[in-house]
Design a protein around this ligand. Sequence first.
Ligand SMILES: Nc1ncnc2c1ncn2[C@@H]1O[C@H](COP(=O)(O)OP(=O)(O)O)[C@@H](O)[C@H]1O
Ligand code: SF4
Ligand SMILES: [Mg+2]
Length: 336
Amino acid sequence: MQNQPLIEVKDVSVLFPVQGSRQPVRAVDGVSFTVQPRETFGIIGESGSGKSTLGRVIVCLQKPTAGTLEHAGRDPYKLGSAQMRKHRRDYQMVFQDPNASLNPRMPVGASIREPLDIEGAMTRSQRDERVMELMARVGLHTELAYRYPHELSGGQKQRANIARALSCRPQTIVCDEAVAALDVSIQADVLNLLAELQEEFGLTYVFVSHDLGVVSHISDNIAVMYLGKFMELGPAETLMNNPMHPYTQALLSAEPVPLPRSMRTTKRIILEGEIPSPLNPPSGCRFRTRCPLATERCAAETPAWEQHGPNHWVACHYAGSSIVADAPAVSQGAQS
Ligand SMILES: Nc1ncnc2c1ncn2[C@@H]1O[C@H](COP(=O)(O)OP(=O)(O)O)[C@@H](O)[C@H]1O
Ligand code: SF4
Ligand SMILES: [Mg+2]
């Protein structure tokens, strides 16, 4: 039996009104999943698939239009405003833009201290001491506390954002493309730091990224999102070795990393075309306009979200069929 999830998202949709259109954008459209304490839950998908909106739902920065969010079995929207303010500290977010949470007119140490100032639980000298501890822990020289954000590198700023997110001892951190703006060598350092902090502080992570390579290394479970809906969800190892949804297979096939066992072949899929507009998604299966396996049934019927193994869920009429088998062969050289 599993423990009580720390995060439970049930049938959540987020709709945004659009000027000049009677149809809203369905940024998130009926998504359900749970995250256990100390788990890393990865969400991948192309730009525009609704990942950031879903990340914001998890930390209560975006209220769902429909469906429910529970944190450790409780609906945070049923809390009073003072309790909600306190509760939000447990669910922090680190954004792609290293400048997003650092005030350009404040020294970096003051930005890291700001959540503690608002919390008001410690004396000024205790808060300053905590800032120095946090900076040292995330690998920042403490003298950088007196510098301004523009004097730091992207990697240093992202470490400062992580220190700020950690300042009020959260349970969960949602990392939204948190390493995407960094050089590849620095990405690895920041990912290692996040892994160490998780171990040390018992953190739960939701890791949002368009980069399957990044997510697959650190996640326990991964959800694959397309146009506001989950296409596949499962343990990272299952998804990497036995992807059952054509979209997951296509994403994996596009990776310059070693392919999963079931896909080790000279064939390679390049997804053609752009992700369609969420204002007017395709009928039936949303992926059908780009799916090599699409049939008439895919246009007529929305595929059900069905379980195919332990915690392995797929939305495809032909789940488990391989798109690789249908693809033209390419030379090994063209794979990298
Ligand atoms: N505040 C908003 N108002 C209107 N549309 C939005 C808003 N936020 C996101 N969207 C739209 O919702 C869809 C999903 O966006 P987003 O969650 O940012 O996706 P991703 O992070 O996967 O790129 C996009 O079509 C985007 O334009
Ligand atoms: S339901 Fe049809 S279009 Fe959608 S992923 Fe499956 S085969 Fe492709
Ligand atoms: Mg995003």
